[in-house]
Ligand binder design. Sequence first.
Ligand code: GLN
Length: 250
Amino acid sequence: MADLLRICALYPDVMNIYADRGNLLVLERRAGWRGIEVVITPAGFGDRVDPDAHDLFYLGGGQDRDQVLCAKDLVETKRDALHAAADRGALVLGICGGFQLLGHVYELGDDEIPGLGLVDLKTVREDGPRLIGNVAIEVELDGPSGRPRVLAGFENHGGRTHLGTGEQPLGRVLKGHGNDGRSGSEGVRRDGVIGTYLHGPLLPKNTWFADWLISRATGVELAPLDDRLEDAAHASARRAAGVSAVGSPN
Ligand code: GLN
């Protein structure tokens, strides 16, 4: 247990669509308010990462062309370290374009954008409209013993993501398109490796999930905060998706 949260922000300038950097700010503030020191280390093109030096590796969303740029560097200079980090139980969180790059490949027309292969999935840019809109999913992060919770956000992706047969989604789609608009699955979770299409950014609208990440990354049991504003933001995101909370804010 350590009152220190070490985050590695992968390509923070490039992979930052829909203000995904807001996720880092929420982690920083909510950990800081609990007396946990937060160190955020950016890792850009050509930078090597130390798998043991960070508790959470974060990769935000990006346009196709930004993903192409990052994918090559990611695979060439960071792939092995990220596998080692995931193997020792570090958290790896990928949002939208970042989620797609956690898998094997993103097929974009004639191009095959390589991914990290941390999870068994592939993404295909199929014919058809982009999958856009407000989205809500139900997740059970602590297994059947934990109560199901809702994550709400916004999705906008042309890629359709298909999970391998042994892979579990992060959640079940309540409203919205999810991974491919058909399966009812959203995101992926294998131990500490988590991917989701939810932007908005994700964590300001779902601070309970930010706390879950902080707690899991640090081992610190977090004291509750005055979350009236945050609960209102969550409720608003749920209303936008058409999944209002009944009885409880979450
Ligand atoms: N470029 C990817 C797609 O459109 C991801 C976009 C994003 O991160 N919002 O599928």
